[in-house]
Write a protein of this length. Structure first.
Ligand code: GAL
Length: 357
């Protein structure tokens, strides 16, 4: 027994020498298994749930609201298709860059995987970018394009929007085409000149200046004889546009034949003023194809609009955000220009030509 024990003992001593590498090997295997399974869990966790922080420059903007609805819809659709839970934390910055910066701080502290930001001040996104870069959280900007210098700071910054020049050319082209087909539907008094007023969006917005310039340039290039009566800034807002239009109708009675508006909401404001003044024959054109814009188009109050493919716009935001969060390739249908920009396609929507009274 003793010997045996000794033997066992000595065998144990020798065994220890043999067993040690086995123990080390086993513990290595075990450690690897634990690590792999931890990674597996982490990967699983990443796969089953994504948190997206979304900040809107103003929640009461009609077009932004339309896009928000589609983002929510597309996130649900993605959840149904993949079983991956997508939590959207949507906040309204109410026109304050400071509020938006705080929202970004909160999103990051809550552990959001990706941010979708509709910047309040597109020239002042540096704080957002600093925070995102430090935390390693990618940012998908949309609708209000940060300046190129900021966009070039990190390869995890993206932008989704529409090409403003293309929008404006399409807006101009709808009038050019109509004028060629039926000049009297545009030159309402038949004096050989189309007298127009221009409603502009926010001055700091990349879309306002470009839309204003290129819609008019397209009319000129298309040989529509135009004359500007007046114009003004209504900051995308229906009520501000309505007030301006009311004033212009009083200042220039029986003169205005065409209202060119940088967006649908301001076009609707102009229509409100025209209705109040009981002036029914003025053509009004907008941009966006918002829900109320499309209703006005349907009823013939709005002559035409340029509509971005909002389904694609919203789904591009969701798919790009999800791809960033999962570190996966973006599906091919959302091809990015320079690996950074997604330009949403747009189309002209025009109502039946109005009858001149
Ligand atoms: C424009 C849009 C406007 C307004 C603005 C907000 O692209 O046409 O209606 O939503 O964005 O940034």
């Amino acid at each position: 027994m003793k010997r045996a024990r000794k033997g066992q003992g000595s065998a144990g001593g020798k065994g220890k020498a043999i067993c040690m590498p086995i123990v080390i090997l086993l513990s290595c295997i075990l450690t690897c298994m634990v690590l792999t399974s931890c990674q597996g869990v982490r990967k699983e966790e990443e796969k089953i749930s994504i948190r997206i922080g979304i900040s809107l420059y103003r929640g009461d903007d009609t077009f932004i609201n339309n896009i928000r609805g589609i983002i929510e819809e597309k996130a649900k659709e993605y959840e149904r298709e993949t079983g991956i839970k997508v939590t959207l934390d949507i906040q309204d910055a109410k026109g304050s860059q400071n509020t938006q910066n705080n929202q970004v701080e909160r999103f990051i502290s809550l552990g959001c995987d990706v941010l979708c930001i509709n910047p309040v001040d597109r020239m002042d996104t540096s704080l957002i970018i600093d925070r995102a870069m430090t935390a390693g959280v990618p940012v998908v900007f949309f609708n209000r394009q940060p300046v190129e210098e900021d966009m070039n700071r990190w390869d995890k910054l993206y932008y989704i929007g529409v090409d403003a020049k293309e929008t404006a050319i399409l807006q101009g082209r709808m009038v050019v085409d109509l004028y060629r087909k039926e000049p009297e539907a545009v030159d309402l008094n038949g004096d050989g000149v189309v007298s127009y007023v221009m409603l502009e969006g926010e001055t700091s917005h990349q879309d306002s200046l470009i839309r204003t310039e290129w819609s008019v340039q397209t009319l000129k290039d298309g040989n529509v004889p135009i004359e500007k009566i007046t114009g003004g800034i209504a900051n995308w807002e229906r009520s501000q546009a309505s007030a301006l239009m009311e004033q212009w109708l009083a200042e220039y009675p029986d003169t205005i034949e065409l209202v060119i508006s940088n967006n649908d909401d301001m076009a609707l404001g102009a229509i409100d003023a025209l209705e109040r003044a009981e002036v029914m024959d003025v053509n009004v054109i907008g941009i966006d194809g918002t829900t109320p814009g499309l209703e006005a188009l349907e009823s013939g109050k709005l002559l035409g609009t340029v509509s971005a493919n909002k389904e694609l716009y919203g789904s591009a935001i969701v798919r790009l955000a999800v791809s960033c969060a999962l570190q996966e390739e973006l599906p091919q249908e959302y091809s990015l220009t320079d690996g950074t920009y997604f330009w949403t396609p747009q189309e002209i929507l025009i109502t039946e030509i109005k009858e001149n009274p």
